[in-house]
Design a protein around this ligand. Structure first.
Ligand code: 5GP
Length: 193
């Protein structure tokens, strides 16, 4: 995805603490043409996997997941909600997710109504860092007895461990851009080929 890499190079801002800000085209203002290219690419990668549902986590994953779903014949998108309390009801699957960007732990929930045994689930998210978000979503898929097809990630920070550990566990992780290194002083971003 050359257009994605070009956008990251041109508009991405490297912040302290290994955070890449991509607010001008992905996380706040949205480049819809880019979202479309991303969705098309996820369909090219997972289109033959008989996916029945796309699962993501609020907030940044939702738009990407919805545009992607259009390429999958508009299958439903379910997003895990960040719950204010850890006191969750019997009607939901829940998991604990440590937030990389906010430094807190969220309980994330999905209603049992919307994820079932027999579902073939594709996870979509904007970033992969340490893998906490993906592991939480995988936990929820397992609780539902559904099947994980794989994970489509827009930007993976390859210098953090999440992707490596998930692939070692046998999860199919497809990242459209993998960052090998980034420097908050020079602003330099290097991609893995
Ligand atoms: P992980 O759970 O893999 O450690 O981090 C992934 C989640 O944290 C993503 O859902 C994303 O929202 C957020 N995240 C992690 N790293 C970054 C980053 O460098 N920039 C932005 N904008 N979000 C990030």
């Amino acid at each position: 995805m050359e257009y994605l890499k070009q956008k990251i190079k041109e508009c991405g801002v490297v912040k302290k603490g290994n955070v890449l800000k991509v607010d001008s085209f992905l996380n706040h203002q949205v480049d819809v043409r880019l979202y479309e290219e991303i969705g098309k690419e996820f369909y090219r990668l997972f289109g033959n996997c008989e996916v029945t549902k796309i699962l993501t986590i609020e907030a940044s994953g939702i738009g990407i997941a919805c545009v992607t779903a259009q390429f999958f014949n508009c299958i439903p998108v379910v997003f895990a909600k960040k719950s204010k309390t850890s006191n969750v009801s019997d009607d939901v699957y829940s998991s604990e997710v440590a937030s990389f960007t906010h430094g807190n732990v969220n309980t994330v929930i999905v209603s049992k109504e919307y994820l079932n045994k027999g579902d073939r689930v594709l996870i979509i998210d904007d970033f992969l860092a340490n893998g906490a978000a993906l592991n939480g979503l995988i936990d929820i898929i397992e609780q539902a007895g559904a099947e994980l097809v794989g994970a489509g990630i827009v930007i993976e920070k390859g210098f953090q461990d999440g992707g490596k550990l998930l692939r070692e566990k046998g999860v199919r992780v497809e990242s459209l851009a993998i960052i090998e290194s980034m420097n908050d002083e020079t602003g330099e971003i290097v991609f893995r080929n």
